[in-house]
Design a protein around this ligand. Structure first.
Ligand SMILES: Cc1cc2nc3c(=O)[nH]c(=O)nc-3n(C[C@H](O)[C@H](O)[C@H](O)COP(=O)(O)O)c2cc1C
Length: 187
């Protein structure tokens, strides 16, 4: 693995203030390998995607969002599952990043996915949809490990920190593998 710093842009699929998935990102920031610099790119202020807006020229908030992704070597998405899929706000953000055809800022970038849910599926179905979307827009989803944090209420403490040891190990392993995929694709 190379010694250079790998820039990883992180998106959170939940706008909830005390989001478990925000807690996952905070844990990732603590557990990341030294070679990775992880920074959050917020999706809160993006307008709903419309080709009319795009044709008039992207607003500053969209240009800034795309620029922050463009400079990344890889992407991490921490997301809940909504109705067996990904939240609409996340899909909207990915549409802004991937459009227009041929000018995607995500194409060719490795993608690490992790998710926390209060139920027993741990976002498994949502992550499958996200892998499908990622493939459609030319990203390279890291195959393993799959990080599903089930019964999230039992796995985070009151400060929103991930306390479950197995989940922490999986987060660590996924970030390590993400760095390896960046090396593999950029060699
Ligand atoms: C609109 C909506 C749909 C949801 N659908 C699912 C679902 O399909 N599967 C699931 O495991 N949890 C589902 N949940 C529950 C989420 O797992 C739970 O709200 C979780 O805390 C969301 O993640 P967050 O804490 O990062 O906001 C849903 C919640 C909402 C608000």
């Amino acid at each position: 693995m190379s010694e250079r710093r790998i820039e990883v842009a992180a998106l959170i699929g939940s706008l909830r203030r005390n989001s478990y998935n925000r807690g996952l990102l905070r844990s990732a920031m603590l557990l990341r390998p030294d070679s990775i610099h992880l920074y959050e790119v917020t999706i809160h202020d993006l307008p709903y995607f419309s080709e009319d807006i795009e044709q008039r020229g992207n607003p500053a908030v969209v240009r800034d969002f795309r620029a922050q992704l463009d400079r990344a070597d890889a992407v991490l998405i921490c997301t809940p599952e909504y109705s067996y899929s990904i939240p609409g706000v996340l899909k909207n953000a990915l549409d802004w990043a991937a459009r227009p055809t041929g000018r995607s800022v995500l194409r060719g970038k490795p993608l690490a996915i992790m998710g926390a849910a209060v139920g027993r599926s741990g976002t498994m179905r949502g992550q499958l949809h996200l892998r499908q979307i990622a493939t459609a827009i030319g990203m390279v989803p890291v195959p393993e490990p799959e990080v599903y944090v089930t019964f999230a209420a039992d796995k985070f403490n009151q400060l929103g920190e991930l306390t479950d040891q197995t989940s922490r190990q999986l987060v660590e392993e996924l970030l390590h593998n993400l760095a390896a995929w960046v090396d593999l694709l950029q060699d």
